[in-house]
Ligand binder design. Structure first.
Ligand code: PMM
Length: 271
């Protein structure tokens, strides 16, 4: 059976909602990435912009200064590195520093130059479902059928990205859990990942430490704290393993690795 790859998260930001501030020093971030690799991450995702709901954007200079040294250090150590950015200039600098995959949570919408940079570099790109920047994205969480609507909007991104010169097999899709989504939207997308996969692209899913895993089963005011969401993350990762998912993006690689060991021993996912 094919279990999803584990993509370990290295956020180099002072304000990410889950691990912000902990890896701000480049050396500490590189060490963290190496420890994620040792724990079983097949690749690491380096990001310098927090997408926490309500977050303000860093300047281009700040994002470059955060991301590039960490990408360089991890790529030099032999890791497969993706860069989590919505800015073409950051993607270009990170690719020059050794990244081989661009993870754009806006699917190329935030920066019209992104598709060109990815096409020219001949690398792969994760296009996530996105409806607007973090400052006001939750006001856009309105869908008729969230899965149908997300699939349609992702297919439109594929059309635009291929028109800009990225071959379709280099485009990976992500439903963007938590981005202009309510908890109910996230659960529906997780339950119906096959419909995302049916678009014909490799699928990446990120549930890790997101708010819907804080509130599930809890009364208002009693939500799980961000650092207490890794068990719930591992369970959703294991659930995602029953769908044709290429990679799960997680902060705590150990817990998801354990979950995948169990899934493998059981001979499959929950299906
Ligand atoms: N989520 C976050 C950031 N980047 N990238 C992809 N492809 N998919 C996601 O779900 C995703 C992402 C937000 O989480 P973080 O701030 O904890 O990294």
């Amino acid at each position: 059976m094919n279990l999803p790859l584990i993509m370990g998260v290295v956020n180099v930001t002072p304000d990410s909602f889950s691990d912000g501030g902990r890896w701000l020093e480049a050396d500490a971030a590189v060490d963290h990435g190496l420890s994620l690799r040792d724990a079983g991450a097949a690749l690491v995702d380096v990001g310098g912009e927090s997408t926490r709901p309500g977050a303000a954007r860093p300047t281009l200079e700040a994002e470059l200064a955060r991301v590039v040294p960490v990408v360089r250090g991890l790529a030099a150590a032999g890791l497969t590195v993706s860069v989590d950015t919505m800015r073409a200039a950051v993607a270009e600098a990170a690719l020059a520093a050794g990244a081989t995959l661009v993870n754009d949570v806006s699917g190329g919408l935030a920066d019209p130059a992104m598709a060109e940079v990815v096409a020219a570099a001949g690398v792969e790109m994760i296009a996530m479902h996105w409806r607007g920047h973090s400052a006001d994205m939750q006001s856009r969480a309105h869908y008729d059928d969230v899965v149908v609507d997300v699939c349609r909007e992702l297919a439109a991104r594929v059309d635009a990205l291929t028109a800009a010169g990225i071959p379709p097999e280099r485009i990976l899709l992500d439903p963007g859990l938590g981005f202009a989504k309510t908890p109910e939207h996230n659960w529906a997308l997780l339950r119906r990942l096959e419909e995302i996969a049916a678009l014909g692209h490799r699928v990446v899913v990120g549930t890790s430490r997101k708010r819907f895993l804080g509130v599930v089963g809890r009364l208002p005011g009693h939500e799980r704290a961000v650092q207490d969401r890794d068990v719930a993350t591992a369970v959703t990762s294991a659930y995602a393993a029953s769908a044709p998912v290429w990679a799960v993006r997680v902060h705590d690689v150990v817990a998801t690795r354990d979950a995948f060991d169990v899934v493998a021993a059981m001979g499959g996912g929950f299906a």
